[in-house]
Design a protein. Structure first.
Length: 264
């Protein structure tokens, strides 16, 4: 009987010890979890360092994927964006190509959702608007390089052809909100009528025009149709003393100027 009581006592003591260990184990685990929760994820510190570098020196010294990463942090508030940024660069090859990529192709990259893809397009269009507003009041003939850069960025990378017009005052300065896309077409043709160009210029009270359209195939040499259309618009504009200053054909990298080529 004494042996039974001793065994019973020992078993009870062992059970109590196990209970204590479980309680301490849970408490310790909770303490570890709380401790881990106070440690910020690595990518949060990385985001902060990227922002601090930008504030200090702009984008100088940034690798291409770091620029994309910094942009993605504006649309993806918590997740790590380093890998999506590198994936975008690997797929499209450059920052510019990434910003120019269609939404559907951006969505296809792992880690880039609808919001982030749209944000990249917003950033691109904001840059276009900035360049347009920076050109307002600038005499076109004195800064043809900026004009060509503007059109290449605005329409040069599009996968379909568009026909656009810049409206100028009598000193050949870009009017406020003076750029308009008049026609969107297919991969090789955007049909536009001279009468529509003239009517749009009258509505804006423009004194001069710069015409522009893109060639998605990358070859900026004018076709016979381009030459005929340009001549028709020039003749229609002359009837109301409206001057066509230039017609630019652009791709992502090149520009053809009718004026520089002596065709205007």
């Amino acid at each position: 009987m004494a042996q039974v009581r001793c065994a019973s006592t020992a078993a009870a003591a062992l059970t109590a010890i196990r209970g204590e260990l479980r309680q301490h184990g849970k408490k310790g685990l909770r303490q570890v979890n709380r401790s881990e929760a106070t440690i910020p994820p690595h990518h949060q510190g990385h985001r902060k360092r990227l922002r601090e570098r930008f504030v200090k020196a702009g984008l100088a010294g940034f690798a291409a994927h770091e620029v994309i990463e910094l942009l993605l942090t504006l649309a993806i508030p918590r997740a790590d964006v380093k890998q999506p940024a590198k994936a975008l660069l690997a797929r499209f090859g450059s920052l510019r190509a990434t910003l120019d990529a269609p939404l559907s192709e951006l969505h296809a990259v792992k880690g880039v959702g609808e919001v982030a893809a749209t944000a990249l397009h917003v950033i691109r269009e904001a840059a276009n608007l900035y360049l347009q507003e920076a050109s307002e009041g600038t005499e076109v003939l004195k800064d043809s390089v900026r004009l060509e850069q503007f059109w290449r960025m605005r329409i040069g990378t599009l996968k379909h052809e568009v026909f656009a017009v810049a409206y100028l005052d009598s000193a050949y300065r870009l009017l406020h909100d003076g750029v308009e896309t008049l026609q969107t077409g297919t991969v090789d043709r955007a049909a536009v009528y001279p009468r529509r160009v003239v009517e749009a210029a009258l509505k804006r009270q423009a004194a001069a025009l710069v015409l522009a359209h893109n060639h998605p195939n990358g070859n900026v040499q004018p076709s016979d149709h381009d030459k005929v259309l340009t001549r028709a618009i020039v003749l229609a504009a002359e009837t109301i003393s409206l001057r066509v200053v230039d017609h630019l054909i652009v791709s992502s990298q090149e520009t053809f100027s009718f004026r520089s080529a002596g065709l205007l």
